[in-house]
Design a protein around this ligand. Sequence first.
Ligand code: CU
Length: 275
Amino acid sequence: MKKLIYLFLFFASPVAFAAQPKDWQLGFQPAVTPIMRDLSWMHDYILLPIITAISVFVLFLLIYLVVNFRESKNPNPSKTTHNVMLEVLWTVIPCLILVVIAVPSFKLLYKEETIPKADVTLKAIGYQWYWGYEYPDEKIAFDSLMIEDKDLKPGEPRLLATDTKIVVPVNKVVKVMITSADVNHAWAMPAFGVKRDAIPGRINETWFKAEKEGIYYGQCSELCGVKHAFMPIEVHVVSDEKYASWLIEAKQKYAMEEDKSSRLANKKIENKEKM
Ligand SMILES: [Cu+2]
């Protein structure tokens, strides 16, 4: 009985759904956006079966050749150099396989690139080595740095938790504008099916609509220097009410400064003081 109660408490507990890499994980993180669902489907039902079938077929051919055409069994090898039928087949069949992959792939790419009307706009700026965020419509701006191992609180995942968090409402379209202030980075959130390069001097756009409240983690996915592994992304997907109350708080705490360069300069001074 006690066990049952614990089990109930475990599943009913307010600890929100979190998506992050797990030990011994195979495959993708659970999908929480329509795009990631489609991506997982494409991987599980199109790519994986095709890859498996091709690998098994090639392995079968190799074993068949090794066994049946070895020197002792086949001392006088055939002198054939051309076979029109065979050549047509091994050209046409791979082409057909590529077409089978291309059709759903282009459909999905189109879906990713077509950004619906945004409810929230978020700007992510890559720095060596942390992310800066802006909510341009709300005049909010803050930097998000990884929490060092020694400062981690219980439940915060190592190398993934950040000091300030991105907060977005559930079931709303969030448009993300991604850029960089120094070198190339990439803003990647596996559970959202989002990965976009952050290029200096250019803005890349993408979007997501998270359908489940919770905490989601991502990482920079473009090798950007020695601390590339230490600039994670933490997104909290919350209810509309929680988002509204966060906005009120954030507008005071993270009010955008007119001169953005001073924000960075201040941050750098703060960091130096910490050291
Ligand atoms: Cu990086």
